[in-house]
Design a protein around this ligand. Structure first.
Ligand SMILES: NC(=O)c1ccc[n+]([C@@H]2O[C@H](COP(=O)([O-])OP(=O)(O)OC[C@H]3O[C@@H](n4cnc5c(N)ncnc54)[C@H](OP(=O)(O)O)[C@@H]3O)[C@@H](O)[C@H]2O)c1
Length: 209
């Protein structure tokens, strides 16, 4: 079965490239498929384009790689997600990357879970730059990909995908940990854009013993 990716921008295309390179089939769902025809064709015959609704219907694992403001309507466009894994790669960014529009006592992922009836929501692929998702190889170590979600099986499936594309998947436990992962994404953004580090870095997990 294909992995559905909703959104074919920076993150959608990066994940599409990474998954198809490892032999996975992906279907990218967007409002206007024609707009992305050439870009998705370049991913090869393991990637195809469709409407958002058809992409969701085609898969039991759906990655949301859209602006945060688009997530509620997508969640509510499906009356019953019937146990599909819904991966939230979004961040509730304030205009101009000025910060987050929510946090501390909730998170975008938890709000998504409230709206997406019957979905098993997992937060992942939000906390590093899209380039790292397209190519996670670093000379100094393996970048980490923290993953959280209330359903252990769903979380494991998403961790396996993160591992497949070159990350060290880190189990963050329940979905409420998205309250930490969304600000963690802001840490990457702050370093990249405010502190002038650029986009060519990633966070890793060091262990002793
Ligand atoms: N960029 C990064 O490095 C990065 C890293 C981690 C997480 N994120 C998060 O990931 C999400 C996507 O970021 P991005 O940089 O990939 O954004 P982007 O380049 O602007 O791409 C967004 C994609 O979503 C599509 N889209 C918009 N509304 C939609 C809807 N209602 N239904 C289906 N598709 C819709 C857009 O299609 P149209 O072009 O037709 O509007 C576009 O293909 C954001 O929430 C961002 O905070 C970004």
């Amino acid at each position: 079965m294909s992995i559905a990716i909703i959104g074919a921008g920076n993150v959608g295309m990066a994940l599409g490239r990474a998954f198809t390179r490892r032999g996975e089939n992906v279907v990218l769902g967007v409002p206007d498929p024609q707009k992305y025809a050439a870009a998705v064709a370049a991913l090869g015959d393991k990637a195809r384009l469709s409407s958002t609704a058809d992409a969701i219907a085609a898969s039991d694992l759906v990655v949301l790689a859209v602006p945060h403001l688009a997530t509620a309507a997508i969640a509510q466009s499906v009356p019953d997600w019937q146990g599909k894994v819904l991966v939230d790669a979004t961040n509730p960014l304030a205009p101009g990357l000025a910060g987050l529009t929510m946090g501390t006592n909730t998170s975008a992922a938890e709000e998504l879970a409230r709206l997406a009836r019957g979905a098993r929501v997992v937060k992942a692929f939000n906390s590093t730059g899209a380039e790292n998702m397209a190519d996670a190889a670093y000379p100094g170590g393996v970048p980490m990909m923290p993953v959280c979600g209330d359903d252990a099986d769903a979380r494991q499936r998403v961790m396996a995908l993160a591992t497949l594309i070159g990350f060290e998947a880190v189990d963050m436990g329940p979905l409420m940990a998205a309250r930490y992962l969304e600000p963690f994404a802001m840490t990457w953004i702050h370093l990249a854009f405010r502190q002038g580090l650029g986009r060519r870095f990633a966070f890793g997990l060091l262990r002793r013993g």
